[in-house]
Design a protein around this ligand. Structure first.
Ligand code: ZN
Length: 349
């Protein structure tokens, strides 16, 4: 089959690789129907994180089950399934505590699992899925093609935006600011709206993304950044700031902006993968009773809650995809996101 490997800075290639095979009784083999490129895939692509040797890449996919191991009972051949951006058993103590990203038996796409066999990267044609019963969620029926984009967001960006809102503790009637207008930031707007926020500000400088943010429920857009951005936010919320700030970038600047924008007693929910050394100013947090909560989003636990609303059209997170390319053009998919010609690119094998 064909799958994507990253070799280093601005060098991703679609190559012939071995077809995945069942390695344990709890595995499934899934044929990928749609995958995508994540903002965090751009870090090795841009050389911000090193790639010492070529490796498989991609961690978001939906697909159809082609084979199951003897111990698999929750999914069956022919099911359309959603996978979170990691695999997990969904039964260990960390999974039961709602932190399936820390699953004792889990792991990451594109690397070996605990049996030593490869869990394939998502930007390919097929994937060996370890812990298939815990990892995969089947849809009640085969989805229509126009539902694929929304279902694919449950693999990462919609669940991650939701985690930012849940971690902050967004409540009915509250005020929310979202830092970041990438796919996760836009989904965080949608998640805050869904949880009943009365006012939601998207901090965005891109006209096309502002449109989506407003469709998703943003009541205001702030284009200023840094000190000017914080001042503008405070002006909008009684001179003190919003109840909740959702940090969806992961840089030092975005984290600083999120913490400075929250009102005294407010809470920052953060899901941006830390990149470039964000640190917590404990004295500032102390002086203002501002809290920080969040981390890598355990999206597996959110799929069942969000799935019915995606299928019914009550929420439409698939709007974040603004370019679809065949898998053969994966290099162009990365370039388009790197050059901000696209917010999020879907890949169809
Ligand atoms: Zn687990």
């Amino acid at each position: 089959m064909r799958a994507t490997l990253i070799y280093g800075e601005r060098d991703v290639r679609l190559e012939d690789v071995p077809d995945p095979e069942l390695a344990t009784g709890s595995d499934a083999i899934v044929r990928v129907v749609a995958a995508c490129v994540c903002g965090s895939d751009l870090w090795p692509y841009r050389g911000d994180t090193p790639t010492p040797e070529p490796r498989r890449i991609g961690h978001e996919f939906v697909g159809i089950v082609e084979q199951v191991g003897v111990d698999v009972s929750a999914v069956t051949v022919g099911d359309f399934v959603i996978a979170p951006f990691y695999h997990c058993d969904n039964t260990c103590i960390n999974c039961r505590n709602g932190v399936s990203t820390s699953c004792i038996n889990g792991g990451w796409w594109g690397s070996a699992d605990q049996s030593g066999a490869l869990a394939d990267g998502a930007q390919g044609e097929r994937i060996r899925v370890p812990n298939a019963d815990g990892t995969l969620v089947a849809t009640p029926a085969a989805p229509r093609d126009d539902q694929i984009a929304g279902l694919l967001t449950l693999s990462d960006v919609m669940g991650t935006g939701h985690h930012a809102a849940v971690s902050a503790g967004v409540t009915e009637g509250s005020t929310v600011v979202v830092v970041g207008d990438g796919a996760v930031g836009l989904c965080a707007v949608l998640a805050a709206k869904r949880l009943g926020a009365a006012a939601i500000v998207s901090m965005s400088r891109h006209a096309d993304r502002q449109v989506i943010a407003q469709e998703f429920g943003a009541t205001d857009v702030v284009e200023e950044r840094g000190e000017a951005g914080v001042e503008r936010i405070k002006e909008l919320f009684d001179g003190v700031g919003p109840d909740f700030v959702l940090e969806c970038v992961g840089t030092k600047e975005s984290m600083d902006q999120a913490i400075r924008a929250a009102r005294p007693g407010g809470m920052v929910g953060y899901v941006g993968v830390p990149n470039g050394g964000p640190e917590l100013p404990v004295r500032r947090l102390f002086n203002n009773n501002v809290g920080v909560n969040g981390g890598v989003a355990p999206v597996r636990g959110y799929i069942e809650e969000l799935l019915p609303e995606v299928l019914s059209g009550a929420i439409n997170p698939g709007r974040v995809f603004d370019l679809t390319l065949p898998l053969a053009e994966v290099a162009e998919a990365y370039a388009a996101m790197d050059e901000r010609r696209a917010t999020k690119v879907m890949l169809r094998p």
